[in-house]
Design a protein around this ligand. Structure first.
Ligand SMILES: Cc1ncc(COP(=O)(O)O)c(C=O)c1O
Length: 517
């Protein structure tokens, strides 16, 4: 079984091949990974993608805040592991025992990766950050009148789960999208007796703003509230220390997703105070989390097993474990420095292009203080069209729209409340509307200055109305498609082989009525 490029290092029986391949062997970390060598270890950086004129160009991926590509060493490790893959926590055979032990090894790696204390914290595996934040929200025994303080910059995944279980008060942001800590202090003061939890993102998926999570922890703890940090964006870019700080500044709950850390295969992590999970009924219930079940009694296992219903995603866990080792090998500091350099370069060049407005912090010299996530708009050009042209003219993949953080982007755009209310009404009635939004560039550790220069060149062209392809707007979706080459005709690039003439449900292509999520 071969999962990707760079897997030649292993024969089909899992033994290492003797023959050199002439390319770096991703599986063996004997040669240290560094920022300057990491690009060779990324799957798909050389994938050729079709341009508007029928030619092909290497894909430039500037959509790392959504999902990162996979690391070759991760795929190599998975291929190696597949020879030993078996059930976790259930079987008596050697493969099952090894798989079970491997899952626990990954748990140990996670503790170290986020600086958590195994005496206080439990590492729980789930599907992604969204799922584990929901799990946490439902596990906290909120009482009527309890308040969660969330913020105006949250991704929906760290906003909607709290709205479902408690009364939510929202900390405002300023016009650059920076959290108003004075407002947080005010809310904590005002609702001191009722605040059970503060939920805040470690870093914004829209502006790259990095929040002072330890200061916020101290503020939350001062009124007896706990802190949940959504680290989906932070984890691939910054070193996280949950516990090896003064206890009043420590992080109580932390969530992140491996697919944003170069390790696909569907695993997310919640690291949380063990105490919470020792009581009550788990959110999901079933096999693998009980010591004994009788007709009228359930004896729950100790956490983390108690919180992990069903068969664990051991393949995802192996990928996560290996990617943590790789990120530690490269070093979070060099990663941050490299991405800050790219951000500084991009902001510097964008500031010289008329008709381009950058949102959030526009100051190139402050790039080291934020993540490499840069949202912008081009005057007179819809965000959907900017994204389509970048794809069509240069094979550059970005994201546009509201980035699952609607309140935040609408605030950055300064959309008047009555416009938003009208949009909401029309959307509710199914009336096609043009959704406001931005275009977003987000860097990963493997991106290069040369790629940024290609991007800026195309953006310069767009800002002057100079681009070569023809793009027409799909009336139903609002998406722009290039003439002559549609998403559907790309079947020759990749196909599962099932070859259905028409799909009934193409949620992510064309059937969604002009709603950009
Ligand atoms: C800040 C933030 N939080 C949470 C999530 C949700 O992550 P997932 O989709 O992996 O659950 C995202 C995804 O973009 C994010 O950017």
């Amino acid at each position: 079984m071969v999962l990707g490029e760079g897997t030649e290092a292993y024969a089909s029986d899992g033994r290492q091949n003797d023959q050199p391949t002439g390319r770096p062997k991703g599986g063996a970390l004997s040669e240290r990974l560094t920022i300057s060598t990491i690009r060779d270890q990324i799957v798909g950086v050389e994938t050729l993608v079709p341009l508007f004129d029928g030619t092909h160009s290497p894909c430039i991926n500037f959509d790392n805040a959504s999902t990162t590509p996979a690391l070759k060493p991760v795929l190599d490790k998975l291929n190696e592991f597949m020879q030993w893959y078996a059930s976790v926590g259930r079987g008596a055979g050697i493969k099952s025992r090894l798989s079970t032990k491997t899952l626990e090894e990954v748990r140990e790696l996670v503790y170290r990766f986020v600086g958590a204390d195994p005496k206080r914290h439990t590492v729980i595996f789930g599907k992604n950050a969204t799922e584990v934040i929901n799990q946490l929200a439902r596990r906290i025994p909120f009482r009527s009148g309890d308040i969660v303080i969330s913020t105006a910059m949250e991704h929906h995944s760290n906003d909607l789960p709290w709205r479902a279980v408690a009364q939510v008060k929202c900390v405002e942001v300023d016009e650059r999208g920076v959290l108003d800590l004075g407002h947080l202090a005010h809310l904590l003061n005002r609702h001191a007796n009722a605040v059970r939890l503060v939920a805040v993102t470690g870093a914004s998926n829209v502006t790259g703003v990095v929040n002072p999570i330890h200061d916020i922890a101290e503020m939350a703890h001062s009124v007896g509230a706990k802190l949940c940090v959504d680290a989906a964006q932070l984890a691939p870019h910054r070193s996280i220390r949950m516990d090896d700080v003064a206890v009043e500044r420590s992080i109580d709950y932390l969530a992140f997703s491996a697919h944003k850390m170069y390790a696909p295969f569907g695993i997310g992590v919640l690291v949380g105070l063990t105490d919470l999970f020792q009581e009550g009924v788990p959110d999901h219930v079933g096999g693998g989390q009980v010591d004994l079940v009788t007709r009228d009694h359930i004896l729950w296992s100790a956490p983390p097993a108690r919180e992990e219903a069903g068969t664990p995603n051991i393949v995802g866990a192996v990928a996560l474990g290996k990617t943590i080792l790789c990120l530690q090998d490269v070093g979070l500091q060099p990663i941050a420095a490299h991405e800050a350099g790219l951000t500084q370069h991009l902001l510097g060049r964008l500031s010289r292009i008329e008709r381009i407005a950058v949102y959030g912090d526009t100051e190139a010299d402050r790039s080291a203080d934020r993540l490499g996530v840069v949202p912008f708009s081009i005057e007179g050009v819809p965000h959907e069209l900017v994204a389509a042209i970048l794809d069509g003219e240069a094979g550059i993949g970005v994201r546009d729209g509201l980035f699952c953080a609607h309140p935040y982007v609408l605030r950055l755009l300064n959309e008047p409340a009555d416009t938003v209310a009208r949009l909401s009404q029309e959307l509710g009635k199914g009336v096609p509307v043009h959704m406001p939004g931005l275009t977003r560039v987000s860097f990963g550790m493997y991106n290069t200055r040369a790629e940024v220069d290609v991007l800026v060149e195309v953006l310069e062209g767009i800002s002057r109305g100079r681009y070569e392809g023809q793009y027409t707007q799909d009336a139903r979706t609002g998406r722009f498609v290039r003439e002559g080459l549609s998403f559907r005709s790309n079947k020759e690039l990749f196909s599962l082989g099932a070859d259905f003439p028409k799909l009934r449900h193409e949620q992510y292509d064309s059937s969604h009525p002009r709603i950009r999520r």
